[in-house]
Design a binder for this molecule. Structure first.
Ligand code: SF4
Length: 334
């Protein structure tokens, strides 16, 4: 396996809720609660889950856009949380983010060319005299024409704006790109074009992706490995084929059962989750999924399941007390 590029260890991201006249902390939102995973060079690792599961918070915490509460974020062996502000700004050259809404992340008063030149200027990655040429080259690499370099964000379509966002990320020669719902707002046909572009750029620029999405169809297209999150914790990690062929955690099984399929047999197996995702302010005790799980027992309500290897094939992990019983059908549904 290739070299480990990123290792997230015991990451916690809590947000205080202030209240009262004195503005004291009255409660805490546990958006991400003690997660660990790694990403290897050249890999695409996706994080999936419903809204509020902590996937975007994880991406922002890695880049320290929000300061994590606890944990380690090792990038090429250096803990990013140990860096001061100036050191972190320099290091961000290696870790870039592509956002869901490129319109909001692009300055409306700057042309596509200026957006890219500014990014290169901040990180000082290309000699000043070469920046214009490099910017135009990058716009062409992501499928835009040189003459479009002088246009403003509102003159582009959503898909084209996302291409500018990708070109901006590439302009500083990053090693890791964190893509936060980057194609969610696009039409399906445009989504496919942008995903294919990202895949070809990965080869060309030797990129590593951390791909955050709520859409399992999209994740299936692009990932090598998939992390499933639920209410701030990781419930399953596996390579793409193992996860789609043999999902182990009841939550992952429910998510996969909701993907539309032409197979009439699979349609019958759809698992409908009970209720909504509980609040991350007071998450359920024991297994956080127990309030919606069709297999929950008293043990699930009191004992937190650890992430453990569950399939003989290497690396497929899930956090559930009863994986084996569920697989062979000996655990009763409630
Ligand atoms: Fe369901 Fe219990 Fe497994 Fe949690 S530990 S997923 S509640 S069976």
């Amino acid at each position: 396996m290739s070299k480990e590029l990123l290792a997230v260890k015991n990451l916690k991201q809590y947000f205080p809720i202030k209240g009262g006249i004195l503005g004291r902390t009255v409660n805490v939102v546990k958006a991400v609660d003690d997660i660990s995973f790694s990403v290897h060079e050249g890999e695409t690792v996706s994080i999936v889950g419903e809204s509020g599961c902590g996937k975007s918070t994880t991406g922002r915490a890695i880049l320290r856009l929000d300061e994590p509460t606890a944990g380690e974020i090792l990038f090429e062996g250096t803990d990013l949380l140990s860096l001061n502000k100036a050191q972190m700004t320099r290091r961000r050259k290696d870790l870039q983010m592509i956002f869901q809404d490129p319109y909001a992340s692009l300055n409306p008063r700057k042309t596509a060319l200026q957006v890219l030149e500014e990014a290169m200027d901040i990180q000082n990655v290309v000699p000043k005299k070469d920046r214009r040429g490099r910017a135009i080259e990058l716009l062409e690499t992501v499928g835009l024409a040189a003459y479009q370099a002088y246009r403003y964000p509102h003159e582009f379509s959503g898909g084209q704006r996302q291409r500018i966002g990708i070109a901006r990320a590439l302009s500083v020669n990053p090693k890791l790109i964190i893509s936060d719902e980057a194609v969610s707002a696009l039409d399906v046909s445009i989504q496919a074009q942008v995903l294919n572009l990202m895949k070809s750029l990965q080869k060309e620029f030797k990129l590593t992706y951390l791909f955050i999405s709520h859409d399992l169809g999209v994740v299936r297209h692009i990932s090598d490995r998939i992390i499933v999150m639920y209410l701030g914790t990781i419930v399953e990690i596996a390579d793409k084929h193992s996860l789609f062929r043999r999902p182990q955690h009841p939550y992952t099984r429910a998510l996969l059962s909701a993907i539309p399929t032409l197979d009439p047999e699979r349609k019958k197996e759809r698992i409908i989750l009970k209720g909504d995702v509980p609040s991350p302010i007071n998450p359920p005790s024991g297994c956080r999924f127990h309030t919606r799980c069709i297999y929950a027992t008293d043990r699930c309500r009191s004992e937190t399941p650890m992430l453990r290897e569950v399939v003989e094939r290497g690396g497929h992990q899930a956090a559930c007390h009863y994986i084996e019983e569920i697989s062979v059908g000996t655990l009763e549904k409630v």
